[in-house]
Design a binder for this molecule. Structure first.
Ligand code: IDC
Length: 467
């Protein structure tokens, strides 16, 4: 009896101990593992599209106080961020190449601290060689090679480190000059690290992705090209350049963007920002916002009057910061403190949108499935990005198709692709284009999608009919 009693107490104690242990939440890294490039997309270790949602530091010489585990944890858990970018200027304000060897040590220590914080939190981290006033990345090519060799040696065992080898070529630097620089740097990194994703800037402040697409770098895997935009300056015509590059098969990443003007100041343009994000979500392209500081400029994410280095509430954020958190995460104040673990392809506004759902409908031969892959709030409206897949279950080709999708509440068109769309208040119909009309026997059509908005969070699809 006595013995039994003791075991009873012990097992209760053991149970109490187990229950009091925090459940180990998944992190972006534990959920997605090493990233690589497949076609035009960044994919996770299971080959699924992975969309970076990131925040960049300001220059590591200027605002090192935001490089900390506390700050990054807030970004991850409260802002919905899965990646941080450590921006190290090469030329201006104590840049790496202009202020002596002691300064280089200091900057490298800051990178180490940033990589460690991100790694401890299971986040991805971009080491950014932030060329800017030096215009042509060949200016400091030697320094760049020795820097990236050192980084690659140190971090080759890491699955979460990404190298960005030149932020923004400018001042008339041509793509062939950037390409030759990139080939030299990539060659050295690859001798040490066979896998890491490497980001290459494009001419004209990383805008000319269409030009890079005409002559991409050959012979290496896991290379992406960067596209930068500032939404109050760069609009439709820049999205067209991106579209050209994507069509040509170039893998893109927006390693820096703001919703201010290109100067980093001036008014912020939320609606153009939202257009960009819809566009990037539609293409599964990731993005990283500039910048985590309280500098008195409209692209800074923290208000200049706020001196906190972490633990921000919504009122501590600038207009850009508030918009960003809304776009990435829903609302800061509602945040549950959940880890950004569950990184779905992009921004999930809380609460209903996280129930990513598929609704299907069938005809005699086919099955159509509509999946909500993404949701976010912008202004007063809730946006949802849906994809449509139609499978032919028979052994005969289907000549054409038409799908009707019914919603709970009325919807408004935001964007659409790869179909002919007709909108009525509570439903829409999609008909094919000439090239995706025919569904081969046992085959399927994919890559059809649309974004609609409504005033309700719970505006999910109620039924799908194949006509
Ligand atoms: C800006 C900073 C600003 C700093 C300036 C230095 O926000 O505080 O004084 O750099 O020249 C970029 C660059 C990025 C710029 C940003 C805004 O990559 O370094 O930051 N921008 O101008 N490209 C387009 C815009």
């Amino acid at each position: 009896m006595k013995k039994k009693g003791m075991w009873g107490v012990l097992s209760i104690l053991l149970l109490a101990f187990v229950l009091s242990c925090p459940v180990l939440a998944a992190t972006p890294l534990s959920a997605h593992g090493r990233l690589s490039v497949k076609g035009t997309k960044l994919v996770d270790s299971e080959g699924k599209t992975f969309q970076i949602k990131g925040v960049s530091t300001h220059g590591l010489s200027w605002y090192p106080e935001y490089v900390s585990k506390e700050a990054f944890k807030d970004l991850r858990d409260k802002w919905g961020v899965n990646t941080v970018r450590l921006a190290m200027y090469t030329a201006e304000y104590n840049g790496y190449c202009v202020a002596g060897s002691q300064n280089q040590k200091t900057l490298k220590n800051r990178i180490d601290a940033g990589v460690k914080a991100a790694t401890d939190l299971g986040m991805y981290v971009i080491i950014d060689w932030h060329t800017l006033s030096d215009g042509n990345p060949n200016t400091y090519k030697k320094q760049s090679i020795s820097f990236f060799k050192a980084m690659a040696k140190k971090y080759k065992g890491h699955k979460n480190v990404i190298y960005e080898i030149c932020n923004e070529p400018n001042g008339g630097t041509s793509w062939s000059q950037v390409k030759s620089y990139a080939q030299s740097v990539i060659k050295e990194i690859r001798k040490i690290d066979k896998h890491a994703v490497i980001l290459v800037g494009t001419p004209t402040w990383s805008q000319d992705v269409d030009i890079a697409a005409k002559s991409p770098i050959k012979g290496y895997k896991n290379i992406m090209y960067t596209l930068h935009f500032y939404a109050n300056t760069h609009r439709d015509s820049y999205r067209s350049k991106a579209e050209t590059a994507i069509k040509a098969g170039l893998p893109l990443l927006v390693s820096e963007f703001g919703i201010s003007s290109a100067s980093g100041s001036g008014g912020v343009n939320e609606s153009e920002g939202t257009k960009w994000i819809s566009f990037l979500n539609k293409h599964g392209i990731g993005y990283v916002a500039w910048n985590l500081s309280n500098k008195n400029e409209s692209c800074a994410l923290i208000k200049s009057s706020c001196s906190k280095k972490s633990g921000w509430t919504s009122s501590d954020l600038s207009k850009s910061g508030k918009w960003l958190v809304r776009t990435y995460q829903g609302s800061l104040d509602q945040s549950s403190g959940q880890s950004a673990s569950s990184q779905k392809p992009a921004s999930d506004s809380k609460p209903s949108a996280s129930k990513a759902k598929t609704v299907s409908g069938a005809s005699k031969s086919c099955r159509a499935s509509v999946k909500a892959v993404n949701s976010w709030k912008s202004g007063k409206r809730y946006f949802t990005h849906y994809t449509l897949t139609i499978k032919n279950n028979t052994k005969k080709d289907v000549k054409s198709w038409k799908v009707r999708i019914n919603f709970k509440k009325s919807i408004k068109k935001s964007s659409e692709w790869n179909g002919v769309y007709t909108y009525k208040s509570k439903y829409l119909t999609i008909k094919p284009l000439s090239w995706n009309k025919r569904i081969p026997a046992k085959g399927k059509v994919t890559d059809i999608g649309f974004i609609v908005s409504s005033t309700s969070k719970t505006n999910l699809v109620t039924s799908v009919k194949l006509q």
